[in-house]
Design a protein around this ligand. Structure first.
Ligand code: NI
Length: 382
């Protein structure tokens, strides 16, 4: 690391701790956005119009034939932070426990460095400080619909990642993260007294069968080499000990790593639920609330990112990772333009708790890695 990047890393850590103290929920990041805008203006970057509270900055390159976009998500979570660090959240019930404060600080630091060395920057660089990654409506989708990526040739994003060992850059040449869709299953029968089950169509009994049967979709209908998840996470039915209710409602999540499997899961789920309910005289309805698509890296761009990472950090630092079943709205950018989403490892003593845990903290030593990665992706881009 040069003296230059060491100073920049210190600046970024300071910035991150400030952002950490003033977290804002998805879609409400107006103070954070104002802070980002003032920084970008300070470095004479252009601010483009985009759906608030996201902020999009532009640095015009010396050659400007190509445009590369870098993205950071800026939202926090509805979690009461615990612990004793001096920079704990000052907003009760809201905390940066996914590391998006780190992502924002990394992208700000990269923008600062690139702005200060603009004579060395050939491509145009678009800085996407994106609102609302954690919940729908997705901030990424809003930016894409606004046409922010129209002139963009490639888009890159990163996540500081606790499950990956510190010092590693996690890359995949294809699927990196999963689609995430909510599903509600409404089973309507006919309720009566619990002592007369034969006079009822018991939706709880049918729900039990549905819960067991839908697991067969993953094991019997999906190709075993294709990752897929159906998890029923909430069951609502009945009021007391001895009344069979009219209705049972199940809530769950569907995950897949390709659009094809994603569609297949929803189709099979509908068919299984409807047929099983009909067999017992109940009515089964499946409502899919479509969420974010799978995050699938472009092969050429992930290879490019790997080359840059090898050159900068050494061959041993690049880890080809197994995709994870978590969701990420970076997928909307990748549906639109080639690019790659990367993990920056920070697993170890300094980051002990999982993402979204009230005591989650990021390892600030991973921050300079993220900055360097973004800067190098721009410098070598052609
Ligand atoms: Ni996150």
């Amino acid at each position: 690391m040069t003296a230059d990047t060491k100073t920049l890393a210190e600046w970024a850590v300071h910035e991150r701790r400030y952002l950490h103290q003033y977290p804002e929920l998805s879609g409400q990041e107006y103070q954070t956005a104002a802070h980002i805008r003032s920084r970008l203006q300070e470095w004479q970057l252009e601010l483009l119009t985009c759906p608030a509270p996201s902020v999009v900055g532009l640095l015009r390159g010396t050659d400007g034939k190509k445009t590369i976009a870098l993205r950071a998500d800026i939202d926090a979570l509805p979690v009461n932070e615990e612990g004793d660090k001096p920079y704990l959240s000052k907003h009760p019930g809201i905390a940066h426990v996914c590391g998006h404060d780190g992502h924002t600080a990394i992208l700000l630091a990269a923008a600062k460095w690139l702005a200060e060395h603009r004579a060395e920057v050939a491509p145009n660089v678009l800085f996407l400080f994106q609102s609302s990654e954690e919940i729908l409506p997705s901030g990424a989708q809003a930016l894409v619909r606004h046409g922010v990526l129209e002139q963009v040739d490639a888009v890159f994003g990163l996540h500081l990642w606790k499950p990956l060992e510190k010092g590693k850059i996690g890359i995949s040449n294809g699927a990196m993260m999963a689609s995430s869709d909510d599903v509600r299953i409404v089973i309507t029968g006919r309720g009566r007294h619990g002592s007369m089950p034969h006079e009822t169509i018991d939706p709880i009994y049918v729900a039990g069968q549905v819960i067991a049967a839908v697991q067969g979709i993953v094991s019997r209908r999906i190709n075993p080499v294709e990752p897929a998840v159906i998890s029923i996470c909430r069951l609502e039915a009945g009021t007391t000990y001895n009344i069979i209710p009219n209705q049972a409602v199940l809530y769950g999540t569907l995950r897949a790593q390709s659009e094809q499997t994603r569609q297949l899961l929803a189709r099979e789920l509908k068919q299984t639920v409807e047929a099983l309910c009909a067999a017992w005289g109940a009515n089964g309805e499946v409502v899919v609330d479509w969420g974010t698509p799978p995050v699938v890296n472009d092969e050429r761009m992930s290879r490019y990112a790997a080359e840059v990472a090898v050159r900068q950090f050494g061959r041993e630092s690049v880890a080809y990772v197994q995709p994870v079943m978590g969701g990420e709205d970076f997928s909307y950018y990748l549906q639109e333009k080639p690019g790659a989403f990367l993990f920056v490892g920070m697993g170890g003593e300094n980051s002990k708790y999982p993402h979204h845990h009230p005591r989650f903290d990021l390892d600030e030593e991973a921050i300079p890695v993220g900055i360097e990665l973004f800067v190098q992706l721009v410098k070598h881009f052609s």
